[in-house]
Design a protein around this ligand. Structure first.
Ligand code: SAH
Length: 200
């Protein structure tokens, strides 16, 4: 992959959730935002080893990391999302290094070099974001993650408690597709902050 732009174009070809499960907060990462996060990790040399994608969904982050050279373990509990992810894995060459593990992230315990994730933001199930962060710190010394900007204080105090430094962050307008609710506007945006957290 020669540029962030070509990565974003490739990722925009992937199939997204057909029937997003709102309880699982299945909000697919926008291809441009996925490319921003992945390119940052790539430039920092963080995609050379094993990357764990927690809540991989349809695989956008896992596939992007693989295209940039990582070995990827994609953990996801939703069968329908995994089906789409498997289809997406057939689109590009160079994604053979993605291994899908079906199950709850709470039951996953393999270690890696980096965790990359777009966790549930915790709007449907309280503290769903905390469960993901807690698992991530157990598994790897470097974490790329995204959170609603309004929860920044929570991320900051989580980092203090778990001896993590925020070594990079960037604010984004995150488009939410509202395909399940026809009375709403087609697309809405929320403020999301991308982070790279590193163990001290
Ligand atoms: N990584 C994808 C999907 C993000 S949405 C992307 O960036 O587009 C969050 C995903 O986490 C959903 O696919 C949801 O099914 C999954 N998920 C939520 N709770 C989970 C859990 N406890 N264990 C495993 N997967 C979970």
């Amino acid at each position: 992959m020669v540029s962030k732009q070509s990565l974003a174009v490739a990722l925009s070809e992937l199939e997204q959730f057909t029937q997003p499960d709102q309880q699982l907060e299945q909000y697919a990462t926008d291809p441009n935002i996925a490319a921003d996060l992945l390119w940052q990790a790539h430039m920092a040399g963080h995609l050379q080893g094993t990357v764990i994608d927690l809540g991989a969904g349809t695989g956008i982050l896992a596939i992007g990391a693989a295209l940039l050279g990582a070995n990827v373990i994609a953990v996801e509990k939703d069968e329908k999302a995994i089906e789409i992810c498997k289809k997406n894995l057939t689109i590009f060459e160079g994604t053979e290094s993605v291994n899908i593990i079906q199950g709850e992230i709470q039951n996953f315990s393999e270690h890696g070099d980096v965790v990359i994730m777009n966790p549930p933001f915790g709007t449907k199930e309280r503290h769903a974001d905390r469960v993901f962060l807690e698992k991530a710190v157990q598994l790897a010394p470097v974490i790329y993650t995204m959170h609603k900007t309004t929860t920044r204080k929570f991320v900051e105090s989580f980092c203090t408690d778990h001896h993590l430094d925020i070594i990079w962050e960037e604010n984004k307008d995150f488009p939410l597709k509202r395909s399940m609710d026809h009375h709403q506007k087609d697309r809405e945006h929320i403020d999301v902050t991308l982070f790279c957290l590193q163990k001290r």
